[in-house]
Design a protein around this ligand. Structure first.
Ligand code: SF4
Length: 69
Protein backbone atom coordinates (compact mmCIF):
# COMPACT_ATOMS: atom_id res chain seq x y z
CA UNK A 1 0.00 0.00 0.00
CA UNK A 2 1.26 3.45 -0.89
CA UNK A 3 0.48 6.78 0.65
CA UNK A 4 1.05 10.39 -0.21
CA UNK A 5 0.76 13.21 2.26
CA UNK A 6 -0.20 16.56 0.85
CA UNK A 7 2.29 18.59 2.81
CA UNK A 8 0.71 21.84 1.68
CA UNK A 9 -2.47 20.77 3.38
CA UNK A 10 -0.82 19.20 6.40
CA UNK A 11 -1.01 21.50 9.40
CA UNK A 12 1.27 19.46 11.62
CA UNK A 13 -1.47 18.24 13.95
CA UNK A 14 0.54 15.06 14.45
CA UNK A 15 -2.53 12.83 14.71
CA UNK A 16 -0.91 10.55 12.18
CA UNK A 17 2.39 10.40 14.05
CA UNK A 18 0.43 9.48 17.17
CA UNK A 19 -1.59 6.74 15.47
CA UNK A 20 1.10 5.30 13.19
CA UNK A 21 4.46 6.32 14.66
CA UNK A 22 6.38 3.85 12.54
CA UNK A 23 5.18 5.49 9.35
CA UNK A 24 4.79 9.17 10.25
CA UNK A 25 7.35 11.15 12.18
CA UNK A 26 7.22 14.77 13.23
CA UNK A 27 10.37 16.83 13.06
CA UNK A 28 9.80 19.82 15.23
CA UNK A 29 6.42 21.53 15.25
CA UNK A 30 5.32 21.23 11.65
CA UNK A 31 7.69 19.20 9.51
CA UNK A 32 6.32 15.77 8.81
CA UNK A 33 8.23 12.93 7.23
CA UNK A 34 6.70 9.60 6.28
CA UNK A 35 7.31 6.29 4.57
CA UNK A 36 5.47 6.32 1.19
CA UNK A 37 5.50 2.52 0.99
CA UNK A 38 3.58 1.28 3.98
CA UNK A 39 4.62 -2.11 5.42
CA UNK A 40 1.78 -4.59 5.61
CA UNK A 41 1.72 -4.67 9.40
CA UNK A 42 1.26 -0.91 9.48
CA UNK A 43 -1.62 -0.59 7.06
CA UNK A 44 -4.36 -0.57 9.63
CA UNK A 45 -2.59 2.10 11.64
CA UNK A 46 -2.17 4.19 8.53
CA UNK A 47 -5.85 3.89 7.61
CA UNK A 48 -6.74 5.07 11.08
CA UNK A 49 -4.29 7.93 10.79
CA UNK A 50 -5.74 8.94 7.43
CA UNK A 51 -9.23 8.97 8.90
CA UNK A 52 -8.07 10.97 11.90
CA UNK A 53 -6.17 13.65 10.02
CA UNK A 54 -8.17 16.85 10.59
CA UNK A 55 -7.40 18.20 7.13
CA UNK A 56 -7.51 14.92 5.13
CA UNK A 57 -3.94 15.40 3.99
CA UNK A 58 -3.19 11.67 3.84
CA UNK A 59 -4.06 9.96 0.55
CA UNK A 60 -4.09 6.19 0.63
CA UNK A 61 -3.77 3.47 -1.99
CA UNK A 62 -5.24 4.23 -5.41
CA UNK A 63 -5.83 7.83 -4.50
CA UNK A 64 -2.10 8.13 -3.96
CA UNK A 65 -1.14 6.35 -7.17
CA UNK A 66 -0.35 7.74 -10.58
CA UNK A 67 -3.71 6.53 -11.86
CA UNK A 68 -5.65 8.80 -9.51
CA UNK A 69 -8.27 10.80 -11.32
S1 SF4 B 1 -2.56 14.21 10.93
FE1 SF4 B 1 -2.69 15.26 8.98
S2 SF4 B 1 -2.29 17.40 9.46
FE2 SF4 B 1 -1.60 16.18 11.18
S3 SF4 B 1 0.58 15.83 10.81
FE3 SF4 B 1 -0.55 14.10 9.98
S4 SF4 B 1 -0.91 14.60 7.83
FE4 SF4 B 1 -0.37 16.47 8.89
Amino acid sequence: MNIVVDLNRCQGYAQCAFLAPRVFTMHGEEALSYAPAVPEDQQEHVLRAAAACPVQAILVGEEAGADAG
